[in-house]
Design a protein around this ligand. Structure first.
Ligand code: NAP
Length: 266
């Protein structure tokens, strides 16, 4: 696929995977509309972006707010005629035993990770349908396939994105719009800065770079692949769970059990 002059809206483009994707796609000639909440971080990314793609812009937007998403998409469509590709990447993580999680936190995770993608897709897809082309990419996670202890809210938000993506695929493919669902294992970004010390930690052998995820996403768009799990070792774990769910649950339970902290539960 030729990305030259393609208009690509990337949510969560101010850091981590989204920032890497913005720079890599801009380097291939795309025009990027990047969003995030931190104006400072967006400014820094815009300076880097405009060196390679002068028409790219950033817009401050909290994807968990329907009004802000509506305003962002209106602003994007005022600047460019159409959005060719939407990458729903913005996300927050958290790791805490469910019994200690506040309901506010659970709602915030769902609002950002799931409803954020829903709001953006709802605003962008009608234009794609009208033109009979487009591509929606949802950045999910291995946590959308495997429920992990202390990550109930996060896993629920990513399982939701997976179901959402599969339904969208069937609805949109006949209308000329592609859908991709990319599920990385642990990635080296500042994503887990607030809970880096809580267990269980991701085995270092499974951790991949934002560069690697960015290349995987670009390949998924180029090849119009619906579902990609990366790295292959994590894809293998998901396959084991799918084909031998009982065995997988027994192994996972043994691995997770030492990390349960009963004294902290009420
Ligand atoms: N890192 C991992 O281990 C990992 C593994 C699998 C999947 N993922 C998924 O990959 C995606 C990107 O994660 P990352 O590792 O790149 O994280 P990151 O480095 O923390 O970056 C997250 C990005 O999302 C933005 N963001 C967060 N909440 C937002 C909101 N309400 N509205 C708009 N933007 C928001 C952040 O910008 P502001 O803070 O400025 O808003 C930032 O640009 C997420 O969906 C995550 O679930 C990550």
């Amino acid at each position: 696929m030729n990305f030259t002059d393609r208009v690509i809206l990337i949510t969560g483009a101010s850091d981590g995977i989204g920032k890497r994707l913005a720079l890599d796609l801009a380097a291939r000639g795309a025009v990027i509309i990047g969003c995030g909440r931190s104006v400072e971080r967006l400014k820094a990314v815009l300076a880097e972006l405009q060196r390679i793609s002068p028409r790219s812009i950033t817009i401050r937007c909290d994807v968990g707010s329907r009004e802000e998403v509506r305003a962002m998409v209106a602003k994007a469509l005022a600047a460019y005629d159409a959005i060719d590709i939407l990458i729903n990447n913005a996300g927050i993580g958290m790791r805490q035993p469910f019994a200690q999680m506040s309901v506010d936190t659970i709602e915030e995770v769902m609002r950002t990770n799931y409803f954020g993608a829903v709001y953006c897709t709802r605003e962008v897809v009608p234009g794609m349908i009208a033109r009979g082309r487009g591509h929606v990419v949802n950045i999910s996670s291995v946590a959308g396939h495997i429920g992990t202890l202390n990550m109930a809210a996060y896993c629920a938000s990513k399982f939701a994105i997976n179901g959402f993506s599969e339904s969208l695929y069937h609805e949109l493919k006949p209308l000329g719009i592609d859908v991709s669902l990319v599920c990385p294992g642990p990635v080296r970004t500042s994503f887990n800065r607030t809970f880096a010390q809580t267990s269980p930690k991701s085995p270092t052998s499974l951790v991949i770079s934002a560069e690697s995820v960015s290349q995987t996403v670009i390949r998924a768009i180029e090849k119009k692949r619906f579902h990609v799990i990366t790295p292959p070792s994590v894809a293998l774990m998901c396959a084991l769970k799918r084909f031998m769910p009982g065995l997988f649950r027994t192994i996972a339970h043994r691995l997770f059990r030492p990390h349960v902290l009963p004294e902290k539960n009420p």
